[in-house]
Design a protein around this ligand. Structure first.
Ligand SMILES: [Zn+2]
Length: 334
């Protein structure tokens, strides 16, 4: 019988001294330029963003907003690129008794919009803080960690896999299976998946979103654990599944309609393996080993973007913005 380890998180009481709020209100840097200035260098036209552009952008954010951000290197890819994580917090880089939430993009390198939405989230929060209530709540009461590109080599090449031909979302060490394809010789034998593993173990995340884009409109939605075991299987066993389901459904119900996003009616919550079974996913390992409840969000029904389309990326972000913000703020107690 497979079982998940869950920890009962104690309720947290957040007391923010007024003086801190006032201090942070006057100490933030000026706004940086727009995403398109950084995420899409002119020489790279095929992607929403590329790893070099992401690096320049994240460094500019960390430099402009040192009071509320901390940029760290979480690992190095097979081709030697850095994997970056930006923490957003009023005490960045310092341990606090707050829920830690993970947002990750581009585990599949040909799903470029997932990296772009991660960067939009960062840009929104640093610009909205401290004036907007949602940004203030996230920055002051939650540790948010955004890894915009889990697979920089794949993003650079516009391919699903890392440069060793491995699907990183099949390479994690819980429900890993030799029956799977492109899964590596063994779990965590790829530097990118090992980097994500080590980051999860270091940060003790309570929940997370792994952002993707689907190959067609039929695949868009939010998918919860397990990815390897369908709900009607006798081994399907998740404590608190009703809460996991309700958080996923809330994400779906909170999507904001947009004229430029034609697929809203298809978006739904579903348990991952009820869509299709896969082994060695980030989500199954996160829940099964660390207790973090992570969902895959298929943001949009397209991959392999042949041209950069800032307007489309803006629309995808605006459709998902409230859902992502509400998810981060939901503070589930597993
Ligand atoms: Zn994907």
């Amino acid at each position: 019988m497979l079982s998940a380890m869950f920890r009962l998180k104690t309720a947290l009481i957040f007391i923010i001294p007024a003086a801190l709020i006032i201090l942070s209100a006057v100490s933030c840097g000026d706004n940086t330029g727009s995403l398109s200035d950084y995420g899409n260098p002119p020489e790279v036209e095929k992607c929403f963003c590329n790893p070099d552009g992401v690096e320049v952008y994240l460094e500019s954010i960390a430099e402009s907003y040192p009071e509320i951000t901390n940029l760290r290197e979480s690992g190095t890819t097979a081709d030697g690129r850095k994997i970056y994580t930006l923490e957003l917090s009023d005490n960045p880089g310092i341990a606090e008794n707050e829920p830690a939430v993970f947002i990750g993009g581009a585990v599949h390198g040909h799903e470029q919009a997932s990296a772009g939405v991660s960067l939009h989230l960062i840009e929104y929060l640093v610009n909205a803080y401290p004036d907007s209530d949602d940004a203030a709540d996230i920055i002051e009461n939650i540790k948010l960690h955004v890894m915009p590109v889990l697979n920089p080599d794949g993003l650079d090449s516009g391919i699903r896999y890392n440069s060793n031909g491995v699907d990183l979302n099949r390479n994690f060490g819980f429900h890993w299976s030799e029956e799977e394809i492109n899964n590596g010789d063994e779990a965590f034998d790829q530097p990118e998946s090992a980097a994500v593993r080590d980051d999860f173990l270091a940060q003790d995340y309570s929940s997370g979103l792994i952002l993707h884009t689907a190959s067609s409109q039929n695949g868009i939605g939010i998918y919860g654990p397990w990815d390897a075991i369908p709900t009607d299987d006798v081994d399907f066993n998740i404590d608190n599944y009703a809460m996991i389901e309700s958080i996923g459904e809330n994400y779906s119900d909170t999507l904001t309609a947009s004229a430029g996003y034609p697929y809203n009616p298809y978006f739904h919550y579903e348990e991952g393996a009820d869509w299709y079974i896969l082994y060695g996913s980030v989500n199954d390992w996160a829940l099964g080993v660390t207790g973090a409840v992570c969902y895959s969000v298929e943001l949009y029904g397209k991959q392999n973007y042949s041209t950069y389309d800032a307007d489309l990326l803006d629309k995808i972000w605006n459709v998902h913005k409230k859902s992502i913000i509400d998810f981060i703020r939901s503070r589930p107690e597993w």
